[in-house]
Design a protein around this ligand. Structure first.
Ligand code: PMV
Length: 327
């Protein structure tokens, strides 16, 4: 019997420019549409995984509080199978930003978990394999394995082996700033997974959303390849509003916005009408993420900080992929 095995990893959260929404297989967590995201430097999860023979069940401490282990154990089971070892794990995870509030803590959380668990077992997997494992915890986590600009493939195979993310550009290849306006830092009541399931089942617009996805993805790939910020921003804003239109058209409606969310969106549109290059995107939560060139970041941050109801702003640039921090 071997001794306990431990490693720690850091993964950064990401925000989708072209959103993932809907699943083609709920059990394997296969997305109905591909997605494109940027990884954020200043929002991250640090996770330590320790596999030990003495443990009788997986344990998770999330920001120092015991948390549900179902999704975590599912992903760890896949990794245990690959490693040929059935030790249970003690997992300690810390987010340096609000958890479960539409800031992609599940993306950074599952990417950090997979990278730490594989390092603990000394499993040498490539990024595609890490991404495939992370996807099974949270669809958006597949993208947080990569830094900079990443694309998640929808895939077509029934077993999901072709549903993984890959890099489009590194963070330094095309610097971009993101200013996160936090309007409510408590966890949301309907998580994105539940929201997504409900939307696919009852929004009349869902088939159109799936049908149009490839057009948006291709236009975004082209905007990124051409380093065309206005094309990127315009499309990101459109795709975000389309996803929220889908959720609003759900029965019962999923309204993730609060008055400050709308005020921040309007402030960004007002800045744009003054000639400042800035666009927004919003995930399944009330926080607004402004996308702008680095030189506009200070102005955007100052403006958003003054919007009534904005609790704080987090300016960030694009960050690296998930990595081991202490093996
Ligand atoms: O990865 P999940 O299951 O938490 O879903 C994330 C969904 C959105 O954040 C709303 C969109 C996205 O592509 O990240």
């Amino acid at each position: 019997m071997c001794a306990s095995m431990s490693a720690a990893a850091r993964a950064h959260s990401n925000i989708a420019l072209i959103k993932y929404g809907g699943k083609r297989d709920a059990k394997l967590n296969l997305p109905a549409v591909g997605s494109i995201s940027v990884t954020l430097n200043d929002l991250y999860t640090d996770t330590r995984v320790t596999f030990a023979p003495a443990l009788t069940a997986d344990r998770l401490l999330l920001d120092d509080h015991p948390a549900d282990t179902r999704r975590l154990s599912h992903v760890l089971d896949l990794i245990r199978t690959r490693a040929g070892c059935d030790y249970r794990a003690a997992v300690e995870s810390h987010n340096n930003f609000p958890t479960g509030a539409g800031l992609a803590s599940s993306a950074s959380g599952f990417a950090a978990l997979v990278v730490a668990a594989c390092a603990a077992f000394d499993l040498q997997l490539d990024n595609r394999e890490l991404s495939t494992l992370a996807r099974q915890g949270s669809g958006s986590a597949a993208r947080s394995v990569f830094g900079g600009y990443a694309e998640m493939q929808r895939g077509t195979a029934d077993d999901g082996h072709d549903a993984y993310a890959g890099s489009l550009l590194n963070a330094n290849d095309w610097p971009l700033a993101v200013v996160v306006a936090v309007t409510h830092d408590k966890a949301k009541t309907v998580d994105s997974r539940a929201g997504m399931g409900a939307t696919a089942a009852s929004s009349p617009f869902y088939p159109l959303w799936v049908e149009q996805a490839e057009t948006d993805l291709q236009a975004m790939r082209e905007a990124i390849a051409a380093r065309d910020f206005h094309a990127l921003g315009d499309l990101a804003e459109h795709n975000c509003l389309k996803m929220h239109a889908l959720m609003l058209s759900n029965r019962p409606a999923l309204v993730y916005w609060n008055p400050a969310t709308v005020a921040a969106m309007q402030a960004i549109r007002a800045l744009r009408s003054q000639g400042i290059a800035v666009y927004f995107t919003i995930d399944a939560g009330p926080q607004v993420k402004a996308l702008c060139p680095p030189e506009a970041s200070a102005t955007v941050a100052r403006t958003l900080a003054n919007v009534p109801g904005v609790e704080r702003v987090i300016p960030t640039r694009l960050g690296p992929g998930a990595h081991v921090i202490d093996a």
